[in-house]
Design a protein around this ligand. Structure first.
Ligand code: CP
Length: 312
């Protein structure tokens, strides 16, 4: 029986390299065979999608993953229209979902909301993003994409560009890299958006070599992977601080052709709002749409392993 069975998925660091290997073997199986119409191992199950914050990829790829495995979904895409509007607590909302579904995927604006939901619910809880803190399933997709396109993470030079302070996808990606042995992680950001201290302390503790810089141009020619992120406007406590940093970096085709290694891959959890110009989309560097497509097989593998503990 797999170590995944019945587990909550809250923080990428709760998972070992062996756990991720098992997930990726399963995701690869899903990619090769599971996307067809006759595979229905989760028939009779209902996946709860409790999205208190907006989402395109996370919600829809979980929904697609559930349906491709034969499960049904129930849930909401905003707290508008739920009884939260009447003052119902998060705890009571989770108790209701726990009574109605077999697994809960939750996205919430507050850090710790998924962990809290996991403590209340009997059914497994998957964190689809909690405030600026964690987005573990995005990191699983990101690491799987690197495995597929680069053969693994060990020995790579990886740049993470953008909002490393408020970005949960960036935070989980950096933590996810630390499960492996990259050669160097370049943390590239304006000074106001540098990676949080707790993240840097984890890299220090795990002996991961990293370099902090404000200049993409200075390090671009060293990189095997460039992971770009959006500045998280909605998480700034002060809108004036957002105005100071918005638009401070932009990856363009011209820049990549001038400085990047020929086999660099450019990733982004999406959505993008100007930090990668559209002229990168049709270059050999573009990996962000491939990464987005990996969302379905990786989330199929997650649902299968957490609910049934085996794959296929
Ligand atoms: N990458 C990601 O979490 O996208 P969504 O916000 O659209 O789910």
């Amino acid at each position: 029986m797999s170590a995944w069975k019945g587990r909550d998925v809250i923080n990428i660091l709760d998972f070992s390299r062996d756990d991720l290997d098992e997930l990726y073997t399963c995701a690869n199986y899903m990619e090769r065979t599971g996307l067809g119409s006759h595979y229905r191992p989760l028939e009779g199950k209902i996946i709860g999608l409790a999205f208190f914050e907006p989402s395109t990829r996370t919600r829809m790829s979980f929904e697609a993953a559930a349906k491709r495995l034969g499960a049904k979904t129930a849930g909401f895409t905003s707290e508008l229209g739920t009884s939260v509007e009447k003052g119902e607590s998060l705890a009571d909302t989770i108790r209701m979902l726990d009574a109605y579904v077999d697994l809960i995927v939750i996205r919430h604006k507050y850090e710790g909301a998924a962990l809290y939901a996991g403590e209340i619910a009997e059914v497994p809880v998957i964190n689809g993003g909690d405030g600026k803190q964690h987005h573990p399933t995005q990191a699983m997709i990101d690491l799987y994409t690197i495995h597929r396109l680069k053969g693994g993470v060990d020995g790579l030079q990886v740049g993470v560009l953008g909002d490393l302070r408020y970005g949960r996808a960036a935070n989980s990606f950096i933590l996810g890299l630390s499960i492996y042995m990259p050669k160097t992680i370049y943390l590239i950001s304006p000074p106001q958006l540098r990676a949080r201290e707790e993240t840097r302390l984890i890299l220090d503790y795990k002996g991961i070599h990293y370099v902090e810089t404000t200049s993409l141009e200075e390090v671009l020619d060293s990189l095997d992977v460039l992971y770009v992120t959006r500045i998280q406007k909605e998480r700034f406590p002060d809108p004036g601080e957002y105005e100071k940093v918005k638009g401070t970096y932009r990856v363009t085709r011209r820049l990549l052709e001038a400085r990047a290694k020929p086999d660099l891959i450019v990733m982004h959890p999406l959505p993008r709002v100007g930090e990668i110009s559209y002229d990168v989309d049709n270059t050999k560097y573009q990996a962000y749409f491939i990464q987005a497509r990996m969302g379905v097989p990786v989330r199929m593998a997650l649902l299968k392993l957490v609910l049934q503990g085996e794959c296929p």
